[in-house]
Design a protein around this ligand. Sequence first.
Ligand SMILES: N[C@@H](CCC(=O)N[C@@H](CS)C(=O)NCC(=O)O)C(=O)O
Length: 216
Amino acid sequence: MIKLHHLEQSRSLRILWLLEELGLDYSVETYSRDPQTLRAPAQMGQTLPMAKSPIIEDDGQCIVESGAIIEYLTQIKAGGRLAHGPDSPHFAEYQQWMHFVEGSMMPPLVYDLISAATGTDNEGLTGFIQGEADTAFAHAEQRLARHDYLVADAFSAADVNISFALEFGEARGRLGGYPALQAYLARLQDRPAYKAARAKGGNYDLSIFGAGVADR
Ligand SMILES: N[C@@H](CCC(=O)N[C@@H](CS)C(=O)NCC(=O)O)C(=O)O
């Protein structure tokens, strides 16, 4: 059976959500963040090669990286449900959105948090972060202003994948200028499987990532 190593208040909520959407059998081991450092506890990495959540174990394999886990669950465990494989006319579009999340949207949000939390006051860095975040959010806003979902006007695992970046962006005060993204996020959060994942996933208060937001 699939085992998810789930860190509270983290990206692994989206894997919990996907497991619920796909109706797969799974077990969860939940870890809490260190209240001071916000890092994962040491025991999360003790039996695993990389202490970064989400992590799944299945059939003797240990898989990290949300995107890889999503591909594994949809393609290998769910017969391609909620995904667009190489035979789909939407394959390239689907891959683009899947890779966009961790490749372009999350990095400026994380740099922004670290910069604020450590008190790094560097105009060049701040300007770069701001520009990169704006570009990524505007790209997604443009799509969602005209469509209900990221790919092919139907809910897919790409929507699950982007959810955490939007929630994290909201905690970082970045969603204000993007009405289509706000409405889209509310639509995603209204899905029964999302609510089931939230009920099972423990603490999901992302305001812990709000360093410096009130001062903007
Ligand atoms: N690109 C990775 C990022 C994994 C990652 O950074 N996970 C965070 C949780 S949101 C984590 O485990 N942080 C705890 C720590 O670094 O101690 C993915 O998408 O899975």
